[in-house]
Design a protein around this ligand. Structure first.
Ligand code: FES
Ligand code: FES
Length: 190
């Protein structure tokens, strides 16, 4: 559990992509900054840093959240999954493959956030409708594509998850390092 070291610095412990992390961080910085600047896990991107663009999305205790809005003191004890840990969730391969087949992204900077949102939705709701997709992605901004290609990829992913059926049950939201994910093809490097 966390220990207040001073008025400015916290000791925090959490799980990152299945790995136990213990570190210290300034109390006023965000989870995005902890990941990138303290732990050097740069797969989580930075955009607006005010909760508007979705570039910084991660899974926190299974929920898609903007990590720029989570402060250091809120991270203690949490399970965090970034884009680098998503492949351990079987549904991720379906989502990434569908997005790749529809050439959903151009520069790819927004891709980790979109993938996080889609994995969170389709893990929770394998029968997601187009309206569900639109709602889930409304917090993700793309500066390149105009969204049509992303939505085509999202709809293809949703259709395949529906076909995936019982194997995409809620049980698969659990982080399962031993589970082999399908091949992935979407670049999330930027
Ligand atoms: S950087 Fe977090 S929402 Fe934009
Ligand atoms: S593909 Fe460039 S920001 Fe979305």
């Amino acid at each position: 559990m966390s220990e207040l070291l001073s008025t400015d610095t916290l000791s925090i412990a959490f799980t990152l992509n299945g790995e136990a992390i213990e570190t210290t961080a300034p109390a006023e910085i965000s989870l995005t900054r902890i990941l990138r600047d303290v732990l050097f896990r740069t797969e989580t991107k930075i955009g607006c840093e005010i909760g508007r663009c979705g570039a910084c999305m991660v899974l926190m205790n299974g929920q898609a959240i903007n990590s720029c809005l989570v402060m250091a003191w809120q991270v203690d004890g949490a399970e965090i999954i970034t884009g680098a840990g998503l492949e351990k969730l079987p549904i991720t391969g379906i989502v990434r493959q569908a997005l790749a087949e529809e050439s959903s992204f151009q520069c790819g900077y927004c891709a980790p956030g979109f993938v996080i949102s889609l994995v969170a939705l389709l893990s929770e709701e394998p029968d997601a409708t187009n309206d569900d997709l639109m709602t889930a992605l409304e917090g993700n901004i793309c500066r390149c594509t105009g969204y049509h290609s992303i939505l085509r990829g999202a709809k293809l992913a949703a259709a395949r998850v529906r076909d995936f059926g019982a194997r995409t049950s809620a049980a698969q939201k659990t982080y399962a390092p031993e589970t082999k994910a399908p091949e992935t093809a979407v670049s999330e490097q930027a």
